[in-house]
Every structure is written in structure tokens, then in C-alpha cells.
Design a protein around this ligand. Structure first.
Ligand code: 5GP
Length: 195
């Protein structure tokens, strides 16, 4: 088991509805030493890739992206969730359905902060059905920039997002991939990774 899998086993809580709660270390209270190890791990997995910018989505991706950015020495841009907007022209806009809140949000990034030709590493905390990632990928493509890779802390491998994104040809690296979990027993099964 790697460091993140160990931490998930120790402090993660399996909830009904395929939700893994990690709010004591990853997306409410943040364990910065753990985030640093994750940043280091992303840097190792994407070593040699040309990365100009990290793109994430508010709110829980921001902390992870910021710590990772220290290892790549690049700026972080985060997509903002906006309920109603009327600022077409200056913004890239994508529609994202929230897995946890079951609602649709538009997410926006100012055209000032993503330019044609830039190489982008997308980072997020979770990958479930892939809606958040599809929105971010759409924003990168609207900008005429290029997705160099995608780094995820926890992928729920029993949901469709990971397979869809890999089938589209993107380089997707998830530090922990959960292949099954049981809310009744609290058991969590991880996918073995050769990295
Ligand atoms: P997706 O768009 O891939 O379906 O879901 C990704 C987003 O939903 C992530 O950015 C994350 O905020 C949230 N999410 C999905 N599954 C879980 C989960 O099991 N636990 C938590 N805490 N958040 C999740």
C-alpha cells in the first residue's frame, strides 16, 4: 500500500451512496505533509512532461494543486463555480454536474489565465464519473491549450470516469485507486499499481 492508501484506510470513512469521506485530511481539514508527499508523487509521475500551468476546480482541488505547484514551479488556475453568469467573451465556460451535490454548475476560467499553446496539468481530489474532469478538459480545449496530464488523489475505479478519460487517450495518474468499498464493513479495496 502506498502512503495515501494507508491514510485512507486509517482515516477514510465509507458512506452509503459510494461516497468516501476524507475530510479529516484531504478536503476539509488538510494534512499539509500528506499534500506535500502527493505533490512529490505527481512530480515523480509526470517527470519530463512539459507543464506550464496547473488547472483545478474549486474548492477541494485548490489545496492539492497549490502544494503540487511548488514541485513544478508553475502557477495554479482554478475554475470557479458560478450559478448564473453573463460574461461570455471573457470567460471559458463549461457545464459540470456535481457528484456529491447532485446539481449542475457552470464553471468558468478567465481567458486571461489560460492561453493557446500552454501545456496544462489538471489536478483534482477525486475522480468518480468524470464530470468535473470533462469540464476542465473542455476549458483547456476552448483555450487552444493542451492537456499534458491529469493527476488525481483518489480515483473511484468502480465508477466510470477513469475508464472514460483513459479511453479518450489522456495520461491519467491517480495516487490511490479504490476498486471497491463497503459501507457496512468499512472495507476498502485498492487497485495494485506498477509505479
Ligand atoms: P465526478 O465529476 O468525477 O463525478 O466527481 C468528482 C468530484 O466530486 C470531485 O471533485 C469531488 O469533489 C467529488 N467527489 C466524487 N466522489 C467523491 C467521494 O467519494 N468523496 C468525496 N469527498 N468527494 C467526491
Amino acid at each position: 500500500m502506498n502512503f495515501l492508501e494507508e491514510r485512507i484506510c486509517k482515516d477514510g470513512i465509507v458512506k452509503e451512496g459510494n461516497v468516501l469521506k476524507v475530510d479529516s485530511f484531504l478536503n476539509h481539514q488538510l494534512d499539509i505533509a500528506l499534500l506535500e508527499r502527493m505533490g512529490e508523487e505527481f512530480a515523480r509521475r509526470f517527470a519530463g512532461a512539459k507543464i506550464d500551468k496547473i488547472l483545478t476546480i474549486e474548492a477541494s482541488g485548490i489545496g492539492i494543486a497549490c502544494v503540487a505547484a511548488r514541485y513544478f514551479s508553475v502557477p495554479v488556475v482554478f475554475a470557479k463555480k458560478a450559478r448564473s453568469i453573463n460574461i461570455e467573451g471573457e470567460m471559458y465556460i463549461a457545464e459540470v454536474e456535481s457528484f456529491t451535490h447532485k446539481c449542475k454548475n457552470q464553471v468558468i476560467v478567465s481567458k486571461k489565465f489560460l492561453s493557446p499553446g500552454e501545456h496544462v496539468l489538471i489536478i483534482d481530489d477525486f475522480l468518480a464519473n468524470g464530470c468535473a474532469l470533462q469540464g476542465l478538459i473542455s476549458i483547456v480545449s476552448q483555450a487552444g491549450a493542451q492537456v499534458e496530464g491529469i493527476g488525481i488523489a483518489i480515483e473511484k475505479g468502480f465508477q466510470s470516469g477513469g475508464r472514460t478519460i483513459r479511453n479518450l487517450g489522456y495520461r491519467l495518474e491517480s495516487i490511490a485507486i479504490v476498486d471497491g468499498m463497503d459501507a457496512a464493513t468499512g472495507e476498502i479495496l485498492f487497485r495494485g499499481q506498477e509505479v
